[in-house]
Design a protein around this ligand. Structure first.
Ligand code: SF4
Length: 514
């Protein structure tokens, strides 16, 4: 069969800091290809809707598979599905990915029969079986693990057997030079591990992967890295190098093979402090950027988000990251409850430190615990505003003033790390990029004001809403975390998954599989 895999268009965040290859969709595409299907992939972050419909009209795919990791993309995907079904009424349309998994039923309802199914969980695990059913007997689709249709649900989704079996179909992307991450231009993505053993209240990494943590074997990881042509690499793991041994083994193989790249990764402060040697080693291999999930600069905030780390440790980690001589980026979560004074304190802090600070807005996301505890307070159910750059919970300040303060705080990043200031510091790198025809980084430096603008952000709330999210049944004080999971938690090495909100989970002793 002919399968067209589609990644939706850019969102606010992707318009400025980075544009990354759709790695998950590439894995799904490769699994389908390995099962004998003909596959095309289009990424609407880098191409247009017109390009998409050109393929649909000319190639006439039997199956169209959309990736939906971000809620804000739901309306775009529903509209594309409707238009595609008009053109190809016999085609089979499916959606997968993080957000699709958490809002499967309502996604199908918005589609009004044009979306045939949502495939929850890891698409690489289930796509071959689904395509087999579509080819031979569409009624058997509901027997595929992870499938939800308007008529009912299939068995629960399954984990992929082994992360070593499949490498992403990077060759299917038509515009690889468009992917970049700040100064890493161009930049590819790679996955060394999947899942996260922590359970922060605002995050859905753990609920999606059943709090499992699985690793690609060092040999396979390096084999994949060798196939990457780009000089920059984004390591997409939620928390990089939780296991020092795994990080060292990959690093040693890279050193042996003499692979020279620049890397960006994301990790936690406590993991960095526990595994200092690994990060130091990776610095010698080309680790250039690190993102630390700090989230709050007060103990109360860290406790509320259940980060399971103290403020002191986070600051110690920040100091250590600085000492490595790599560029560190951190994120802070702005609470809609913040007043002017609070913004001012945060702004001053951002000005005092050398790091890149991004500010996101506390947003209850389906699949997270806060969705169950806070979602009843939401002021809007417009999917497009669920991009953590808009306030969907009630703000203490009038909404417009909240955006003024937010953008003023985000401006610190613009002043310190974008525009002429950045160009002055990176002039040689920028010139090198331009000589090689790479313009993403240089263009990004002047985009801030056109993307982050209180008037535009406020105006987004006044747009007519075509598709509205459904709220969870009732607000809950304490959520039974098992209800949250897409992939069922398996327990680790004979230990049951800890459901309490207080107990620390010792991840240093974890094995490579859940
Ligand atoms: S440590 Fe990071 S990835 Fe893991 S649950 Fe917390 S925020 Fe999510």
């Amino acid at each position: 069969m002919k399968l067209l895999a589609v990644h939706p268009g850019p969102l606010m965040y992707t318009k400025i800091y980075m544009r990354l290859e759709p790695l998950g969709l590439e894995l799904v595409a490769q699994a389908a290809r390995q099962a004998g299907h003909e596959v095309h992939l289009i990424d609407l972050q880098a191409e247009t809707h017109t390009d998409y419909f050109t393929i649909v009209h000319r190639w006439k795919p039997d199956v169209v598979a959309f990736s939906c990791n971000y809620l804000a993309n739901v309306p775009e995907i529903v509209d594309l599905a409707k238009l595609t079904k008009e053109t190809l009424p016999r085609s089979f349309i499916l959606v997968g990915g993080h957000s699709a998994s958490f809002v499967a039923q309502e996604f199908l309802e918005h589609g009004e029969g044009t979306i045939d199914c949502v495939l929850k969980g890891e698409g690489d695990a289930a796509i071959p079986q689904l395509l087999l059913a579509v080819a031979h007997d569409r009624r058997a689709v509901t027997k595929v693990p992870g499938v939800t249709t308007l008529d009912g649900e299939g068995p629960p989704p399954r984990f992929v057997e082994s992360l070593d079996e499949l490498r992403p179909a990077r060759d299917l992307l038509r515009h690889r030079h468009k992917y970049y991450l700040g100064v890493l231009d161009p930049c590819a993505s790679i996955e060394f591990t999947r899942g996260c053993p922590w359970d922060c209240s605002f995050c859905s990494a753990w609920t999606f992967y059943g709090r499992s943590y699985r690793a690609v074997s060092p040999d396979k990881a390096v084999e994949d890295l060798e196939r990457i042509k780009e000089p920059g690499v984004f390591i997409v793991d939620d928390v990089a190098f939780i296991q020092a041994k795994h990080g060292f083994e990959i690093g040693e193989a890279i050193a042996r093979k003499g692979i020279k790249k620049q890397y960006y990764l994301e990790t936690r402060g406590d993991v960095l402090l526990r595994n200092k040697d690994v990060f130091q080693f990776w610095k010698t291999l080309g680790l250039a950027y690190m993102f630390l999930g700090i989230e709050a600069i007060d103990e109360a905030g860290l406790k509320r988000y259940r980060k399971r780390i103290s403020l002191g440790k986070n600051f110690e980690a920040l100091e250590y990251a600085r000492s490595l001589g790599i560029m560190v980026a951190i994120n802070l979560i702005a609470d809609p409850d913040w007043d002017r004074e609070r913004f001012e304190v945060v702004r001053q802090w951002c000005l005092e430190i050398p790091e890149i600070v991004t500010i996101s807005v506390n947003t209850p996301y389906p699949g997270t615990e806060t969705w169950h505890t806070e979602s009843r307070k939401v002021q809007t159910r417009d999917y497009r505003l669920y991009d953590i750059q808009h306030a969907v919970l009630p703000t203490r300040l009038p909404l417009f003033e909240f955006y003024q303060e937010l953008v003023k705080t985000q401006q610190v990043l613009n002043t310190k790390h974008l525009g002429w200031a950045a160009l002055r510091d990176t002039v040689q790198i920028a010139a090198g990029h331009l000589l090689r025809g790479q313009t993403n980084f240089v263009k990004m430096l002047w985009k801030f004001n056109s993307v982050y603008n209180p008037k535009l952000q406020y105006a987004d709330h006044q747009q007519p809403v075509k598709y509205e999210m459904r709220l969870p049944p009732a607000p809950q004080e304490k959520v039974n975390s098992k209800l949250l999971y897409i992939l069922p938690p398996r327990g680790r090495h004979g230990r049951a998954i800890d459901d309490s909100t207080e107990q620390f989970v010792d991840t240093t002793r974890m094995g490579t599989s859940a």
